[in-house]
Ligand binder design. Structure first.
Ligand code: ZN
Length: 156
């Protein structure tokens, strides 16, 4: 199996059987994201403890395989980390998906990088980049309490 096939397999797996597709009990942060170009919708629930560590993260929503796979992989990778690590990983992922060839976060292990890199194939397709980044922008918004609703057409 070559790398491209491996990446496609990971996306299909997460797209068909999304992890953490549920609502976190006693969440204390949340945000909604909407990608009108594709129709993807995602709602992120977060439970941050007093040490700003992610005790639980989950999502509800519907959309294309890319958007669901991205939310599934993201929630898996973010659980158990502290806020600084989360912000660093989000930044690294968004930079990679838009212009950088590789991830450079020291907070990610190699197998975790592979899972995120499977989304890198969207880079040539600006419409698909919005599908892949929707849940990440929504996560940032939930942590910052900056916006309750994220719209991919209204991002900078
Ligand atoms: Zn989509």
């Amino acid at each position: 199996m070559n790398l491209k096939e491996l990446y496609q397999e990971i996306i299909l797996d997460h797209g068909k059987n999304p992890r953490n597709l549920r609502k976190t009990e006693n969440f204390n942060k949340e945000a909604t994201g909407y990608n009108p170009l594709c129709g993807d919708k995602v709602h992120i629930y977060l439970k941050l403890n007093e040490n700003k560590k992610v005790e639980d993260i989950s999502f509800e929503g519907s959309g294309c395989a890319i958007s669901m796979a991205s939310a599934s992989i993201m929630t898996d990778l973010i659980r158990g980390r502290n806020e600084n690590e989360v912000n660093e990983i989000v930044k690294d992922f968004l930079y990679m998906i838009k212009e950088k060839p590789e991830l450079s976060s020291k907070n990610l292990k190699d197998d975790e990088k592979t899972k995120l890199m499977c989304l890198s194939g969207v880079k040539q397709y600006p419409m698909r980049v919005k599908c892949a980044t929707l849940s990440w922008h929504t996560l940032t918004s939930a942590i910052d309490n900056s916006k309750k609703e994220v719209n991919t057409e209204k991002l900078d």
